[in-house]
Design a protein around this ligand. Sequence first.
Ligand code: IMP
Length: 430
Amino acid sequence: MSTLVVLGTQWGDEGKGKVVHYLAEQADYIVRYQGGNNAGHTLIYENKPFVLHLIPSGILFPKKICIITNGVVVDPKALKEEIDVLKKKKIPIDGRFFVSERAHVILPYHKLIDGMLESDTTQTKIGTTKKGIGPCYTDKVRRVGIRVIDYIDKEVFLELLDQNLKEKENMLKRVCDIKKLKAEILKDHAVLSKFLKKYVADTSVMIADAIAKKKKVLFESAQGTMLDLDYGTYPFVTSSNPTSGGASTGVGMGPSNVDAVLGVVKAYTTRVGEGPFPTELFDKTGEFLREKGQEFGATTGRPRRCGWFDAVVLRHSVRVNGIKHLILTKLDCLEGLDKIKVCVAYKYKGKILKDFPASRIVQRDCKPVYEEMPGLNGIVRGVTKFEKLPANAKKYIKRLEQLVGAKIDLISLGRKREETIPASKNVKLF
Ligand code: IMP
């Protein structure tokens, strides 16, 4: 296999950053296909936690090529800040980092609009990251967006900027002085367009060439399946498609180019922001998971909502993404619990539901049907071989596989890359 999509199967924050960092060593190209700097990938670099929002974590390996494709929305200011931090750490960037000319650009007015919509009491509060993601994708769909190729061409940019400021005038004038806003955007543009130019490429062509040469290409999503615009808990979702289908449109390649899909799944469930979460815990166990798993947003610092593993969500994810392989993360965070619950179905108005419902009312009011299992009964952190895991941990893994219909090939037992073990000798994803 030479191409692999790695994606989140729950509501994001499954540990994709670490997983991609773990797999990136075997890859030649690491490609991010949707989302923006709403994501926060925390990994351990030089023994310290390190957060990347936009750039694939493969950048930490000096010879890998890292690409941001057309499906991503790029805030040039945030990108420059991230690159400056990497450069300070003496990580080489130039010549091995590229941004699609077709990616859409997040501008300060997108962030203002995101904030306004979130505080508007007549609108459904989504609990967004306020990074301007939704308004930028909205402009893309409305065909008024500004792409990277437009941004780096001053003449085109000025024309499109005026068009956008004019059509958004009524909204923006409520929160800012539009003349000042324009002056700020132009000042930034003078610096940022020059900075961005050297990374711009036709990334669809680059990736097609890489695949033709049998290079190993890893496609990474941001967020998770339940935040997918089409198959998530709409409207409490992000504005792109983190699902595997999003990799095709978000990269500019046909689906036949994807050899395998690896789903990243946490041993329990978390979510940030508003929206339904059937297995959410409001008790001491929820607090235990939050503390033990350090469940605080990498982008916003918000405490994450925590709950039991939800097999209904996972079956939905396995089906929607065509997942055959899973990596189970944060199993170590279940250490110390006497009992572990797994949601196997939902109950709504006396009916048992095995598939994730589309109705926002059913999603909100359904009750989880739990199966109870004994705690792990032992330490899993530091274990280096699957066979050495406590018997109850192995039972938990096997039960999850049965319930969700995909194989757990890898198990992550800590934040470091090295704290990852294969479930058998035959595991080979690349
Ligand atoms: P937006 O992507 O900022 O528009 O936010 C939409 C929803 O997606 C909110 O519930 C956010 O909390 C959630 N979200 C966005 N990015 C992430 C992420 O990387 N991890 C988890 N949730 C996220």
